[in-house]
Design a binder for this molecule. Structure first.
Ligand SMILES: Nc1ncnc2c1ncn2[C@@H]1O[C@H](COP(=O)(O)OP(=O)(O)O)[C@@H](O)[C@H]1O
Ligand SMILES: [Mg+2]
Length: 575
């Protein structure tokens, strides 16, 4: 019923939990004192030996007890608040930092919607675990034992019966838990599935509208929501049932204690005052455990969420070693990769990329080019085989050090909301305006931006107030300013206008004179002048060499080349 790992996650909360239990326990002691006084007064009233002094004394004690209980309750609540706060702060920070470390790779562990739900609601429910459940857990053990000790001064049999009765509550909780655990894990799965579907529909709304598939997806979404409603109801029913069982045990147990007290009163083994005290305190045996039971379900929910949090936190941290890169080689030895552990998307890749050279990777769609680029840029990790960069194993190089030397540009570069300057400084905060304008000249954006607000021109989210070609040219300027040692372009010129394409290709060739550049392109015309062309087919490298060498070889590359040439010549003829 307690997860040690979880406490280990936020050890700072321990002291608040201990103080919380302390306050609650003192509250119980104060309550016992008050009940003792009330029992005394009632017993004397019934016996007719009651005096005004006693009434006054009991009144004063009761007021004092009530006031101190209020203060103690405030203290316990305050401690609960402080430990919840710690949990929220620390846990969210830990998850966030882990996500930063993992970068885009977190999606291999949990989907974006899951991460959002777990860090919001999941953490919220864990707050109950630390703020309410854990302290209550210990208090619920401590309280009956304390009462048992008090009872044993005059009638230990009743104390023992009640003490045993109390344990029926956790037993019933444990019985319910077996069933609850499976149900809750299904509940969370369904919840996150619904979140995933929702997020996807939202992001793809334009596409859905265009294909008029929004209604259909709407129905699907409704189905998911209905499943979620059903499982939520099951969870609620389970919780209600278990609360009913706990109530039965708690109030039945207290009633049993009272009945025994009455019997003992009759046979004279208890005084009237003791009998009244037992009746007044019998319920207190059970109430803490009963409260624990009601926290238990929320805490269970939190624990189910914590499994997912642990999954994120348990992901291995990237390596820590540094990289001293001085224009060396990037070497792949027998590298294979599979997304699902079965189908090899890359198969025994052996290739060396050199600095000061332009290497091109070509091949039909689906041949594994982007997967290779993702491995080269550490977006995917742990392939089979060795990836060696300047004599060092890639997996031993820390991400931060690695990315200080590598820039990746795909056909969907992200332009952030903010100014042109903000976007350009992303790769290198140290650059000045002059350097920015130089880069903008190179990509032929300078004239356009001068008509606007220059470097302060405001850009929308995803750069949506620029054309596709302009976005890509801006992304290229940003990449050039990053001044990396290795540049990897994955179809950086697809989906844009011919003019922008030519401009970007020209810049890539310029860059390759001083850097290591790897360019993936489906247009062979763009790679003709590369120093080194790698031809891929179904995850394998089938040929490599210069354009002339490959044509002479009369293989796969030649076929591709002739097919594309015929297509483009045909287009020209038509024009
Ligand atoms: N995230 C992914 N999960 C599973 N399979 C993938 C993923 N990305 C790509 N693939 C598969 O890997 C193969 C190679 O894809 P990719 O490297 O993108 O090819 P290319 O860039 O040459 O078109 C394809 O068969 C594709 O279905
Ligand atoms: Mg691709």
């Amino acid at each position: 019923m307690i997860k040690k790992e979880l406490i280990g996650l936020v050890p700072e909360t321990k002291k608040y939990i201990v103080l919380n239990i302390g306050f609650q326990w003192l509250g119980l002691v104060v309550n016992i004192v008050m009940m003792y006084n009330i029992a005394l007064l009632l017993a004397q009233m019934i016996a007719g030996t009651f005096s005004h002094e006693l009434l006054l004394q009991v009144l004063v004690v009761c007021v004092g007890c009530i006031l101190s209980r209020m203060i103690l309750l405030y203290g316990a609540n305050r401690m609960a608040y402080l430990s919840s706060k710690q949990v929220k702060d620390k846990l969210r920070k830990k998850i966030y930092q882990k996500l930063l470390h993992l970068q885009g790779r977190y999606e291999k562990i949990l989907s974006t919607a899951q991460v959002v739900q777990v860090t919001n609601e999941g953490v919220e429910q864990l707050e109950t675990y630390f703020g309410a459940y854990l302290p209550q857990f210990f208090y619920a053990i401590l309280a009956p034992i304390t009462l048992f000790v008090v009872f044993s001064f005059f009638d230990w049999t009743i104390g023992l019966v009640l003490l045993i009765g109390v344990w029926l509550i956790p037993v019933s909780i444990v019985l319910v838990q077996r069933w609850a655990k499976k149900l809750l894990s299904r509940y969370w799965d369904q919840y996150t599935t619904m979140g995933d579907t929702f997020l996807e529909n939202l992001q793809g709304l334009t596409t859905l509208k265009i294909y008029q598939a929004d209604e259909y997806r709407h129905q699907l979404m409704n189905k998911e929501a209905e499943k979620f409603r059903k499982i939520t109801m099951k969870v609620l029913i389970m919780q209600l049932n278990s609360i009913s069982i706990m109530d039965l045990v708690a109030y039945g147990g207290a009633a049993l204690g009272m009945l025994i007290a009455i019997a003992h009163l009759q046979d004279g083994s208890l005084t009237l005052m003791q009998g009244i005290l037992v009746i007044l305190l019998a319920a207190d045996f059970f109430l803490p455990m009963r409260t624990l039971g009601s926290f238990f379900h929320i805490a269970m929910n939190g624990m189910a969420a914590s499994d997912k949090i642990f999954k994120i936190l348990a992901a291995p941290d990237p390596a820590k070693g540094g990289l001293n890169f001085e224009l060396g080689d990037y070497c792949l030895q027998d590298v294979s990769y599979s997304y699902d552990g079965e189908k090899k998307v890359l198969d025994e890749i052996n290739v060396t990329f050199k600095s000061g050279e332009l290497s091109a990777i070509v091949g039909e769609s689906g041949s594994g080019k982007s997967t290779l680029a993702a491995l080269l840029t550490k977006q995917l990790i742990d392939p089979q085989g060795d990836m060696i960069i300047n004599g060092r194993l890639l997996k031993e190089i820390a991400d931060n050090d690695f990315y200080a030397h590598v820039t990746y540009l795909s056909h969907q570069s992200y332009i952030f909301k903010g100014s042109v300057r903000d976007n350009l400084q992303l790769g290198n905060i140290a650059i000045d305006d002059k350097m920015m304008w130089e880069a903008l000249e190179k990509v032929k954006l300078a004239a356009f931006l001068r008509q606007m607000d220059g470097l302060d021109t405001k850009l929308n989210e995803k750069g949506s107030n620029l054309s596709g070609g302009q976005q890509q040219r801006l992304a290229l300027a940003r990449a050039l300013l990053a001044d990396s040692d290795i540049y990897i372009f994955d179809e950086a010129t697809s989906n844009i206008d011919v003019e922008s394409e030519e401009l970007i290709i020209k810049n890539i060739y310029q860059l390759a004179k001083i850097k290591m550049v790897i360019m993936i392109s489906h247009r062979l015309a763009n790679v003709v002048a590369s120093d080194h062309i790698v031809v891929m087919e179904q995850g394998k490298i089938v040929e490599q060499g210069s354009h002339q060498e490959l044509l002479a070889h009369d293989g796969c590359y030649k076929k591709l080349w002739e097919a594309q040439k015929a297509l483009e010549d045909g287009e020209e003829d038509e024009a």
